[in-house]
Write a protein that binds this ligand. Sequence first.
Ligand code: ASP
Length: 320
Amino acid sequence: MAFHARHLLGIEQLSPLEITTILDLADRYVDLNRRTVKQSDTLAGMTQINMFFENSTRTQSSFEIAGKRLGADVMNMNMATSSVKKGETLIDTAMTLNAMHPDLLVVRHGASGAVNLLASKVNCAVLNAGDGRHEHPTQALLDALTIRRAKGRIDRLTIAICGDVAHSRVARSNLILLGKMGNNLRLIGPPTLMPAGFAELGATVIEDMREGLRGADVVMMLRLQKERMDGGFVPSMREYYHRYGLDAEKLAFAKPDAIVMHPGPMNRGVEIDGEIADDINRSVIQDQVEMGVAVRMACMDLLARNLRADRGRKIAESYV
Ligand code: ASP
């Protein structure tokens, strides 16, 4: 298997071959997940701890289901009632958990870079479930799998990422992944929601949504992340919907078979029209959720293989 990483911290560290390895294995887990009996013993005997310092519905439940289907013992830490609230530092919490010998640690944190820091302190495999505005690698991988299954490939596509790019780790991880695989990337949004450095990642920045959507194969909408905004980034929700909300009229500028994506949670009537989101001929939003479980199973499977190999090597060395 062409996957040698110890942790899954970001797309930045993955090669195109490693990305393809994850997607190929995830395809097999999609098949398993569609059966009545979904159990595998890949992670049997292993302990997975989910630590979510930020709210999550999809990602946390997806990681929990993925771990359980692979046979791991899964524990969800309730960070709202944990000692973090009593002032314990992230590293102290991590070291405490580390002493309980987990094998996989799934972490979401509001600060960019927090998960990388934590990974440098523990003895298990760490998976980044989203850190600040930095990365959300499993989201980009599940998006890639969704696109590959809908379009038959994950290269040479015109992909428009629209909306609140500035606050979005989803946009960042997707840009890196889709750029590595060789796609034509466009970023659409108002200048107030467009960070300067993103164009350097190889995307064309377009302010007008209709122009940006013209001829697109994939339309990826982003949530307006009000919780990360501390000032007036948009004049009003109505005005934003008028200019950047995806509705049938704007979608008509994309290719007739363009797919519509959204990582969730959606603000209906803000960045996307409810009817478009529910249109089974255009929207692949539910497929994204399904692919999420399979991709997370693939990532944990691959990391567990490397963890076992690593530990085996250390034991062998201790006998020399
Ligand atoms: N669920 C995604 C994330 O955690 C996207 C979002 O919150 O808008 O980044």
